[in-house]
Design a protein around this ligand. Structure first.
Ligand SMILES: [Zn+2]
Length: 111
């Protein structure tokens, strides 16, 4: 049993590890598993054009209104341990004082 992902190019199951890279014996494609997020179609790009990943810490670049909350989220608010999800609001996170919520990656920047 291995937990390696299928080849992103040809979807072969016979992928093996070669150092930090994964290699597909069927189409000879090599890739870094840390960069394969894109292949799943879940990509979050921050306000500066940087790609965000699960576990990143970001800050808000503008004040954001929060539905049902008594106050706005302030620019500069630090958001730890984000999770990238699919959809219009592509960041799943928890913010102190607000709880679990979703943000748009265009309104944050990676620290
Ligand atoms: Zn392949």
């Amino acid at each position: 049993m291995n937990n390696l992902p299928n080849c992103p190019k040809c979807h072969s199951e016979y992928v093996y590890e070669d150092g930090a890279l994964l290699v597909c014996p069927e189409c000879a494609y090599e890739w870094n598993p840390a960069e394969v997020v894109e292949e799943d179609g879940v990509v979050a790009i921050d306000a500066n054009g940087n790609k965000l990943a699960d576990g990143d810490t970001v800050t808000l670049i503008k004040d954001l209104k929060v539905k049902g909350a008594p106050k706005d989220l302030k620019q500069g608010t630090r958001v730890k341990n984000i999770r990238i999800v699919e959809g219009d609001h592509n960041i799943d996170c928890k913010i102190d004082g607000f709880g679990a919520m979703k943000l748009k990656s265009e309104f944050v920047k990676k620290i």
